[in-house]
Design a protein around this ligand. Structure first.
Ligand SMILES: C[S@@+](CC[C@H](N)C(=O)[O-])C[C@H]1O[C@@H](n2cnc3c(N)ncnc32)[C@H](O)[C@@H]1O
Length: 459
């Protein structure tokens, strides 16, 4: 497919784009004729004397809604073969893959809603719906600008360095490595020595390793989906070893990028011997009345399980939720305690929360752990009611873990427990925790504490 040549922006506010289209790399790309951008004002397609392009919604309610007449007339005025994209928070999330795909369309139209949105019947006149993220903008114009920038920089000849778009975050499935410029030392922080060495091959390896480290720490689900080379696996091994050493230093391993300690068999007693990961699953979960649900993450679970994990030397604590807003919530809580004043004031909490990782599925966790370790993890699941499935006692598992060389996932459910489709994937199902009462409703935080202590406690 030939690359993008024309972008049509359909809007009520064409003037908003004036400075944006004139400046910097985009302005130059347009001036050089690499891409043409045309602004279409809905009002010029209105048929009444007031040039109305919006009206009040039927059924009442606040705000105005774009009229279908002028909007569809604007869409129908586009050249044949134009891919029509409606900008709406209800659309598919825009990302690097979507940018690459849309940059391969010769002609593109971006339809900007405004006010309360647009008449529903406009939807059947576009090819796809795209959202910039889970938030609501005043109108589609800023979303259109973001998309135009993301697409145009991918077009041949637009950026001076042809490698830039290939090296940047997401392009190779990873986040980009850290960048430094002058001065060599800034407020006591030095540029990494290797970048000053002039050894191109070593710099390349360092950058790749840092990209892997950063992706592992911040977006492990990307790592799970990335195609990794033999060298990548080797570098990931180095990342694991280095972060283990950092965790053993006082105050080490608390940064967002420095995953806390891979523990080895020689470590202090009372901590996890194999590289253990705690996984807390919010989907798929059994519901009280049958069927599957997604439960909500809670602040208590984030904190308390992170603290228990740190206490027993767990390598990482993964929260699994497919809901993007909940993933953001977890990242927000963790970064609040990792960065800035809170991180400095309560370093012990930062150490615990540095273990937190977020994944959209249990599969993403297993893939990221497998990518990091280069072997399949041993999957140990937990349940409050085994329902006839064979289970293993704590003593037996404790013994087995002394010599286990694979990473171990200790998986806990929420709600009414892990869905059967997950339990089917367990290598080991642990005995339910039982006491001499008829009450069987431990919170997951307590269950994690009991399990960790039975498996890794010193007594
Ligand atoms: C205030 S919003 C209307 C939101 C609409 N009432 C809803 O709940 O879906 C006005 C317009 O801004 C644009 N917009 C708002 N948030 C957006 C997002 N996250 N991504 C893309 N476009 C967005 C859309 O074109 C939308 O029609």
């Amino acid at each position: 497919m030939s690359p993008l040549r024309e972008i049509h922006i359909l809007t009520l506010f064409p003037d908003l784009f004036e400075g944006f289209l004139r400046e910097s790399i985009l302005g130059k790309a347009i001036a050089d004729g690499r891409v043409a951008i045309r602004l279409l004002d809905f009002r010029t397609f209105a048929v009444d004397k007031h040039h109305s392009a919006d009206d009040v919604p039927y059924g009442g309610g606040s705000g105005m809604v774009l009229l279908p007449g002028p909007a569809v007339a604007a869409l129908e005025s586009l050249p044949p073969g134009t891919r029509k994209v409606l900008l709406t928070p209800q659309g598919a999330r825009f990302d690097h893959a979507a940018a690459v795909r849309l940059a391969g369309e010769p002609r593109l139209a971006l339809f900007c809603g405004r006010y309360e949105g647009f008449d529903e019947r406009i939807r059947s006149h576009v090819d796809e719906e795209v959202s910039l993220g889970d938030f609501v903008l005043q109108g589609g114009e800023v979303a259109a600008m973001a998309i135009v920038e993301a697409l145009v920089r991918l077009l041949p000849g637009v950026l001076h360095n042809a490698d830039s778009p290939r090296e940047e975050s997401f392009a190779g499935g990873l986040l980009e490595y850290p960048q430094y410029t002058r001065p060599r030392e800034f407020r006591g922080v030095e540029v990494p020595e290797i970048l000053l060495s002039g050894h191109h091959e070593e710099i390349r390896r360092w950058r790749r390793r840092e990209a892997l480290r950063r992706t592992l720490a911040r977006r492990p689900e990307l790592l799970a989906a990335a195609s990794l080379t033999e060298e990548d696996r080797e570098l990931l091994g180095e990342v694991g070893e280095a972060s283990g050493r950092a965790a053993e230093r006082p105050g080490g391993g608390t940064g967002a990028d420095s995953a806390s300690g891979p523990r080895t068999k020689d470590q202090e007693p009372g901590t996890a011997p194999a590289r253990v990961h705690v996984v807390l699953v919010h989907h798929p979960i059994k519901s009280r009345i049958g069927g599957l649900i997604t439960t909500s993450v809670t602040n208590l679970d984030i904190h308390d399980i992170a603290r228990a994990s740190r206490t027993y030397g767990v390598h990482a604590y993964h929260l699994v939720t497919p809901i993007a807003l909940q993933q953001e919530l977890v990242r927000g809580v963790a970064s609040h305690w990792l960065e800035g004043e809170s991180g400095e004031r309560v370093p012990a909490r930062a150490q615990a929360l540095s273990l937190v990782r977020v994944a959209e599925s249990f599969f993403a966790v297993t893939e990221s752990v497998r990518a990091e370790a280069g072997v399949e993890p041993l999957v140990v699941m937990t349940t409050a009611a085994a329902g006839g499935r064979p289970t293993v006692g704590y003593g037996a598992l404790r013994e087995r873990l002394r010599t286990e060389t694979r990473p171990v996932l200790l998986v806990f459910g929420t709600g009414w427990g892990l869905a059967d489709e997950l339990l089917d994937r367990a290598d080991v199902l642990l005995d339910p925790i039982e006491a001499s009462s008829d009450y069987n409703h431990l919170s997951v935080r307590v269950a994690v504490g009991v399990c960790l202590d039975r498996l890794f406690g010193t007594r």
